[in-house]
Design a protein around this ligand. Structure first.
Ligand SMILES: *Cc1c(COP(=O)(O)O)cnc(C)c1O
Length: 359
């Protein structure tokens, strides 16, 4: 069986390093907001070319708390509208809702899967204050066009980078990350972070993640408990060193798929810049997606669907169930994610290519 993502194999590579970290945290006896998270925040700020990084509990909180911090700082108000791609993973939308803001869905480009900048301006109203960009599947959205729209309409740009660790970003926007185990930089549990150059934002975030408190038992705002765990930060410090190499291996797999998969029933993803794409996922399209997935499963190749149901069709967002986003719906009907990870072997890649071509 070729698994979609062999997390065990990925993490076993770090077994010795993880054990040393566990030992040092145990010996240190400090488990929340200690030296490891401080070190990780420094390392990840540097890695992402940002002035500040703040570790939080998960990727969803990274989005929610960033938006709430902007509200607390007076940059946004409850009820403001946030542009967001219609085909994103639902967490981007939940973060907007949890912050008391209003998501406004915009269709993606069918070929790149990222938000279509040509469709953004028609959705802008006097209440629009933010564009929440998602670099879906690890590919940079069309940032030149988006930055231009942001400047023209005086909008804040925030980037959901949960699938984009290691991407070369454009501009100096606030960016949110998830370290969910399956992400390109994944912990052994939940984790998240916000990186930003906004000093005021980071000061507010530092409080919000910790009960609204900077000084123990003195609470300045209605905060949360959402801190990146010390032990997870320790593990992430080990894995961050290999992130570029891991992404290089993902690109190698993707390049083989792109050059060797040849089948009229399959549409390969459009990659605008293969050198910078971090291939969190390798997503093909097919009119016969479900049959193709069954065929591959029968031949011992595990694939997944990212995602089977668009956000506007989810029960949780029932007000939107009658809305129509035909491009998103088509994407959700047609996409299939092939095995993708830094630990796929040449032999496994050979098998996937051969079986996909034989379909
Ligand atoms: C994974 C993911 C999130 C949420 O991250 P969690 O750590 O699971 O909360 C948000 N946005 C996108 C695009 C994601 O892929």
């Amino acid at each position: 069986m070729i698994s979609f993502l062999d997390l065990k194999k990925i993490n076993q590579h770090y077994e010795t390093a993880f054990q040393e970290k566990l030992k040092s945290v145990l010996e240190n006896g400090w488990y929340i907001l200690g030296n490891e998270i401080k070190a990780f925040e420094g390392n990840f700020a540097e890695y992402t070319n940002s002035k500040y990084c703040i570790g939080v509990g998960n990727g969803l909180d990274a989005i929610t708390l960033s938006l709430l911090a902007y509200i607390e700082n007076g940059n946004l108000q409850k009820g403001d509208e946030v542009i967001v791609p219609a085909n994103t993973y639902i967490a981007s939308i939940l973060g907007i809702l949890h912050a008391g803001l209003v998501p406004v869905l915009v269709e993606p480009d069918l070929e790149t899967f990222n938000i279509d900048p040509n469709l953004i301006e028609e959705k802008i109203t006097s209440k629009t204050k933010v564009i929440l960009i998602v670099h879906l599947y690890g590919q940079l959205a069309d940032m030149d066009a988006i930055i231009e729209i942001g400047l023209k309409h005086n909008l804040l740009i925030v980037e959901d980078c949960a699938q984009a660790h290691g991407l070369e970003f454009k501009g100096s926007h606030t960016r949110t990350f998830s370290f969910y185990p399956g992400k390109n930089l994944g912990a052994l549990g939940d984790g998240g972070a916000v990186v930003t150059n906004d000093e005021k934002l980071v000061a507010t975030l530092r409080k919000i993640r910790n009960y609204g408190s900077e000084k123990k038992y003195h609470n300045e705002s209605i905060g949360f408990n959402s801190r990146l765990d010390e032990l997870q930060a320790a593990f992430l410090n080990c894995k961050l060193k290999n992130l570029n190499e891991d992404n290089e291996k993902r690109r190698f797999v993707a390049n083989r798929y792109l050059s060797e998969i040849k089948n009229d029933k399959i549409i390969l993803p459009k990659c605008t810049d293969i050198k910078s794409h971090v291939f969190h996922l390798f997503v093909i399209r097919s009119k016969e997606r479900d049959r193709l997935q069954d065929y591959l499963a029968k031949n011992n190749i595990e694939t997944l669907i990212h995602y089977p149901v668009p956000p506007h069709k989810q029960k949780a967002l029932s007000d939107w169930n009658n809305l129509s986003f035909p491009i998103s719906e088509q994407i959700h009907d047609e996409v299939l994610s092939l095995p993708m990870s830094p630990v796929l072997t040449d032999d496994e890649i050979d098998k996937v290519v051969k079986l996909v071509n034989m379909y």
